[in-house]
Design a protein around this ligand. Sequence first.
Ligand SMILES: [Cu+2]
Length: 200
Amino acid sequence: MKRFILIFTLIFVSFSFALHGSTKGFPKKAPDIKGLVTDEGKPFSLKELRGKVIIMTYGYTHCPHVCPTITAFLKQVESKLKRKGLEGKFKIVFITVDPEMDTVERLEEYKREKGFNDWVFLTGDKKALKKVWRDYDVFVQDKGFMEMKHGKMVMKHRMINHTAKATVIDKKGYIVEEFKTMYLPVKDIVEDVERLIKEQ
Ligand SMILES: [Cu+2]
């Protein structure tokens, strides 16, 4: 009988946690995000998104390579979910790792230029952001500006090393999984988010 219960429990656990991303240490209550503002200059609160599945990522708008890759994948995730009729049931949140350059104005401009209309971009002062990076396990190393030669031209690039990942938060405000790569698996994320949206 004991063995039967154990097997049963194992099947149940593996079934309920059959997400595609890394689930180690999750589910875990998503830490509060305090002191950050949106691209509209409004204070941000995680609680206001309760009931939606959140896909959160971290980066900076002047990022030359990593962030454009991640956001391109997330854009695909977004359109696939919308095509499934799930518009409004999920939210993509982008938290800056560059408080110096990513002001509210810059984020607003970036969002408009790139057509990330339904996303939320967050910035804030360094202290508030540092806490969020720590809470969400995001490594950030500001390398300042690096000069690079492009033919005869020397251009300055904003360089920040940072963790490339997407964190998925369920409707109840729990982190359930992370995709720790810049090459996000679109199909897997869409599947997981759809399931989490439909979860009771
Ligand atoms: Cu980046």
